[in-house]
Design a protein around this ligand. Sequence first.
Ligand code: NDP
Length: 416
Amino acid sequence: KRNVLIIGAGGVAHVAAHKCAQNNKLLGDIHIASRTLAKCQAIIDSIHEKGSLQSPGRLQAHQLDAMDIEATKFLIRATHSQIVINVGSPFLNMSVLAACIETGAAYLDTAIHEDPAKVCEAPPWYGNYEWKRRQACKDARVTAVLGAGFDPGVVNAYARFALDTYFDDVESIDIIDINAGNHGRYFATNFDPEINFREFTSTVWSWEQNQWRANSMFERRQDWNMPVTGMSTTYLTGHDELHSMSQNLGVPNIRFWMSFSEHYINVFTVLNSLGLLSEKPVRTAKGVEIVPLEVVKAVLPDPASLAPAYTGKTCIGDLIRGTRGGQAQQVLIYNSCDHEECFEEVGSQAISYTAGVPAVAAAMLIAKGSWDIGEMANVEELDPVPFIESMNRMGLVTRIQDAHGDRILRPRQESI
Ligand code: NDP
């Protein structure tokens, strides 16, 4: 499969486009489509500036409202795109997926579909949207890889690999997401504030003792001694991957923990308590209707603008506990990424980098055929070996910490 259409022109799309360019011998023409044409063109300019193209090839920007299924189908056909990387907002998933099913293009994304009008939905969230199109993908023989960023995405593959390789029985998977970076601003979100805050204002679902447990944000705290970032404070957070891993892996406890500084929690709590994170419109004394969250978004820094000054590292991974041969066993599979190195390579911060690289690694596996399965799958249902190997070569190196120490994970050399 060749020719890629990237939907969206935000932080993740920027990285995905650079990585497609670095691999354009395999992927062919690269098209970038988003609401704002100038943002697509800016990405293309930065690819030329960084000299990211592997070989001379076509790079083209397009204006598109991806909520418009017919327009999206037209663009897929006009560009002869056989793979669509959807890294626009999560509100677009179902329309882009429909366009892929109707044109036969392979689909991949990095987040679960969201309905802007619904804040808290019943788990598993994939069941409310994407999985309803599973049969349609099968009938059309369309490959759809869901959640192929870092988390969801790489952490799902880490879990699959650990289950296949190191355990007879797994008791728990704790996904730990640490950003120990510093952007130097008073307060900012690493990606779209609207999407970011939605993650923290709704019910925090965790999978415990084989059932869903509802928690509230900042209710459960856990400190972890992580490689690279050291002692790190996290809070139980709701996250996309729990909604497929809980259904696909047969593991009784799966939790997601994200790092937050005291400062972030204080500012977030004030904004939230005042109602400034609300999506419900309010009327001012002058009779003007405003959405508080939109105002907050307008005054916060644009997440993409944080990249040049961002320093420090991320460390994201799966801590897996279980047994093998009757013995208790624990492994941590993780990646650490440096904000400054990401900026140097592609002009982005590490949060966008860790999401964009896996999406392109997945697209390359679809192009080569090993992930071109002709149906819908979440990442943990696919072979993790070529995925982890590709990322090791593409700038996202996987490491493992277990009883034998800490080393780069080379999946084909691990004992089974
Ligand atoms: P941004 O908000 O930076 O970018 C979103 C892009 O989508 C923008 O360019 C926007 O266009 C475009 N867009 C929105 N609506 C439409 C539309 N109707 N038609 C066409 N384009 C549209 O997001 P990020 O790059 O930070 O994130 C992209 C995706 O990746 C999100 O779904 C996010 O949840 C996910 N993500 C996943 C991670 C993972 O590890 N799995 C980590 C980080 C993010 P415009 O700018 O013109 O408004």
